[in-house]
Design a protein around this ligand. Structure first.
Ligand code: GLN
Length: 503
């Protein structure tokens, strides 16, 4: 277990010192998956053979002195929304059951080019729609902190895999909070990079103007290391930013000193108060006090439009999704269902039967919502209006970043809730992303860092840091400082307190 509780940076050091091999490490994680994943269900697909072959190739490169990156040989898990050549990619949906992509997403290609063995694909809400991973067509993932509770969503599989030491690194995607909110409720670190900072090529689109892949890790430094592997310009994605990434690893190392002298931190007044669990606010306030002690200057900032962010998101996101999901037409990918009792079905009848059987309730709900919001006569009233709110949110960010270098809030309003608790109440489910969505609408980067356990239920609380677009390095500096200060209090990583998983 001791190997498995190390950060990726520590594992990279052990590999460099010759104290372990990539094959030994990869096997240890595969064994751990075999031990706990029948209960946790963080993985939809495990590729033991492929991962071990990649690990053996890494060990051979190390022997020859030809390493590809600082993380060469450290295994990783990938959310099942990224195309992996030769490995199933389902997006948590029945409609893609059996689909094996003929190509790698750029993020996956970069992991391979950096020498990281891929352990498998992680569970998620169907097409990344949800905040609990309960909308996966293959059944929910359980939170290792309390297996009767959700691990957040949509990327609950990646977050649970990290929290339960089934992988040292994972990739998530964040359209409205799906990296950061699972990070918060599992005590892991999650980063949504600046929009355009990580290629979306091969990321199955939910909402193109919001989707962004990013790291899910045990530590802030690990996230920076991984971000540098997967980030940067990609000519295959027209929205990819054509400029170098800031120095992320250097910023994380600088932050780890715990000195934030001269950094201005803005506490967003709209992202707290009503609807936020008292223990979440308490841990948040304590973290802000720590940052002040570290030399940061803390100011209150108001972003009035953020109160409309959730409403705008739930028009824009379904609108884009309704258009994206039209490609699942029973002709091109995965599932094809022939309608019952129809002798010579038309293409439209096959499409209808396939979508009826292949999409779950939440996906159907959003397709209907999005189609309605985009329809003639309603477009201006709903979609157009939401786009105006989006502009106001960007302006609020601009004004706030004139007063502060980074903005902070709780990542999620509550700790992990019980499996089943919000499943029949879509609005209650949507509210989990109230604090994460503004960043997606404006394209700015955000990180969630563990802030401790809520006193009332002993479950993890997340602290969110947001930075201006292209200033992702600030997330790592402030995040690493907070992590270092808190870990001094806790005597180590919060994840060392995860209970042993028992069925
Ligand atoms: N929970 C939000 C939703 O359901 C965000 C999902 C995401 O970021 N992929 O849309």
């Amino acid at each position: 277990m001791s190997l498995l509780s190390k950060t990726a940076a520590e594992l990279a050091d052990l590999l460099a010192a010759g104290e372990t091999t990539s094959v030994a490490l990869t096997q240890a994680y595969l064994d751990r998956i075999a031990e706990v994943d029948t209960h946790l269900h963080a993985f939809l697909h495990v590729d033991a053979e492929g991962a071990l072959a990649q690990a053996a190739a890494s060990d051979a490169r190390r022997a020859a002195g030809e390493l590809l990156s600082p993380l060469d040989g450290v295994p990783i898990a990938v959310k099942d929304v990224l195309a992996t050549s030769g490995l199933p990619t389902t997006c948590g949906s029945k409609i893609l059951e059996g689909w094996i992509p003929p190509y790698d997403a750029t993020v996956v290609a970069r992991l391979k080019a950096a020498g990281l063995p891929i352990l498998g694909k992680t569970n998620m809400d169907e097409f990344a729609m949800g905040s609990s991973t309960e909308h996966s067509a293959y059944g929910p993932t359980r939170n290792p902190w309390d297996t009767d509770r959700i691990p957040g969503g949509s990327g609950g599989g990646s977050a649970a895999a990290i929290a339960a030491s089934e992988a040292p690194l994972a990739i998530g995607t964040d359209t409205g909070g799906s990296i950061r909110q699972p990070g918060a409720v599992t005590g892991t670190v999650g980063v949504k990079p600046t929009y355009g900072g990580i290629s979306r090529y091969g990321l199955v689109a939910m909402a193109n103007s919001l989707d962004q892949a990013g790291p899910v890790t045990r530590s802030v430094l690990d996230a920076a290391l991984l971000h540098e592997v997967i980030g940067g310009h990609d000519p295959k994605d027209s929205t990819s930013i054509d400029q170098p990434l800031p120095a992320l690893v250097a910023a994380a190392r600088q932050g780890a000193s715990g000195d934030l002298t001269g950094v201005r931190i803005g506490v967003i007044s709209e992202l707290r108060g009503e609807g936020y669990q008292p223990g979440v606010e308490q841990r948040f306030d304590e973290a802000v006090a720590l940052l002040t002690q570290a030399g940061a200057e803390v100011v209150e900032v108001s972003c009035p439009s953020f109160t409309h962010a959730l409403a705008a998101y739930y028009l824009i996101m379904p609108s884009e999704a309704s258009s994206n999901l039209a490609r699942f037409d029973a002709m091109r990918y995965g599932l094809r269902v022939l309608p019952d009792g129809v002798a010579d079905p038309s293409a439209e009848e096959v499409m209808r039967a396939t979508r009826d059987a292949g999409f779950g309730d939440e996906v159907k709900r959003r397709i209907i919502l999005g189609t309605y919001a985009l329809s003639s006569g309603y477009y201006d009233a709903y979609y157009g209006q939401a786009q105006k709110v989006r502009t106001l949110i960007s302006r609020d960010f601009e004004a706030a970043f004139a007063k502060a270098d980074v903005l902070v809030s709780p990542t999620a309003p509550t700790t992990a809730f019980k499996i089943g608790e919000k499943l029949d109440d879509p609005l209650a489910m949507y509210l989990n992303d109230v604090a994460t969505i503004p960043a997606n609408l404006a394209g700015v980067p955000g990180i969630s860092v563990p802030a401790g356990l809520a006193p009332e239920d002993g479950l993890p609380v997340g602290f969110q840091v947001l930075a201006p677009a292209l200033a992702d390095d600030r997330l790592y500096r402030v995040g690493a400082a907070l992590e270092a200060l808190l870990e001094k209090q806790w005597g180590g990583s919060l994840l060392s307190q995860v209970p042993e998983v028992t069925a």
